[in-house]
Design a protein around this ligand. Structure first.
Ligand code: PDD
Length: 288
């Protein structure tokens, strides 16, 4: 049996997660001055790790931080953390903050030593019920900041929106700005209409999703390429299928939006086709 997932990493040290400590003046703690990644791991192997590495580098650059880990350090940190946590399937959470100063300061200080933290969490397998019935979602105004392309740990708006969805017995909250769909509170979104797959355009309003990019590759291979462009919220009512995608949830069908059925109210055929490709891809990457 896999060892319990309790070994974390902090600034070069691996130790029991609950024993790791950061200084109270860490800017990640004070300001949310930090970025993060969530990397799925299947049977001990990080999935699409290079894409997470690249997005982390991009997030750091966008908040004016130097690269913190080179590829080799990234790879060996992941490998060791995964091994110490039993080498099974899990999600690695990695966070890099700007570090701790000796005071609270709005100005970005120079020369701080970044805080690098990582841990693992259980990767919940998708329940047969969700695959059979699909997800319910609510829609809300996108109350987040204007740089959602940065994978920042400042997630207050996201957690409020996600929690509101749960209070409404829904499993995700789809967001909109000026009447246009952006993304989920913790996922990317796709809309299918008449056999065509649409996704909101990349820009400052949404996170470039690693899972979305893989789904785009799989859609291309399926002969149903993803078309990027603005999606008006009124189009959701006419959609045949809606999907959400994330590193921890993979690709899931949405079958109810604000209580109304999507298409015939069941997971759609195109979702089944692309999800089957997704599962094959996962299997292949576990074997290579
Ligand atoms: N979140 N958009 C938002 C706002 C997200 O929080 C996420 C994922 C995504 C999908 O990105 P990816 O496919 O690379 O996971 C899109 C992660 C899983 C999280 O915060 O836990």
């Amino acid at each position: 049996m896999a060892a319990p997932m309790t070994i974390g990493y902090l600034n070069g040290e691996f130790a029991d997660l609950t024993s790791l400590r950061i200084p109270v003046l860490d800017r990640g703690f004070l300001f949310g001055d930090a970025v993060y990644e969530v990397i799925p791991v299947y049977e001990g192997r990080p999935f699409r790790s290079e894409f997470h590495y690249q997005r982390l580098q991009r997030s750091l650059a966008q908040i004016h931080m130097e690269p913190v880990l080179d590829r080799e350090q990234w790879g060996s940190l992941l490998r060791e953390l995964i091994a110490r946590n039993g080498s099974g399937s899990m999600a690695v959470y990695m966070q890099i903050s700007r570090g701790a100063e000796n005071t609270r300061n709005h100005l970005i200080p120079k020369g701080l030593t970044p805080t690098v933290f990582a841990m693992t969490a259980a990767l919940k397998s998708r329940s047969p019920e969700v695959l059979e019935r699909g997800l319910q979602v609510i829609t809300r105004d996108d109350t987040r900041w204007g740089r959602c392309d940065i994978k920042s740990t400042s997630l207050l708006a996201n957690i409020l929106l996600y929690s509101e969805a749960h209070e409404q017995h829904a499993q995700e909250c789809l967001l909109h700005r000026d009447g246009q769909l952006t993304e989920g509170s913790s996922s990317s979104v796709f809309v299918v209409k008449k056999g065509r797959v649409y996704a909101p355009p990349y820009g400052p309003e949404i996170l470039p999703g690693t899972t979305r990019d893989l789904v785009a590759e799989l859609c291309e291979a399926n002969g149903t390429p993803v078309r990027e462009g603005p999606i008006d919220m009124t189009e959701l009512a006419e959609a045949d299928e809606i999907w959400i995608a994330s590193a921890t949830r993979e690709l899931l069908p949405v079958t109810r939006v604000d209580g109304h059925p999507v298409g015939d109210g069941h997971p759609g055929p195109l979702w089944r086709a692309i999800d089957a490709r997704f599962q094959d891809y996962k299997q292949e990457s576990a074997n290579d």
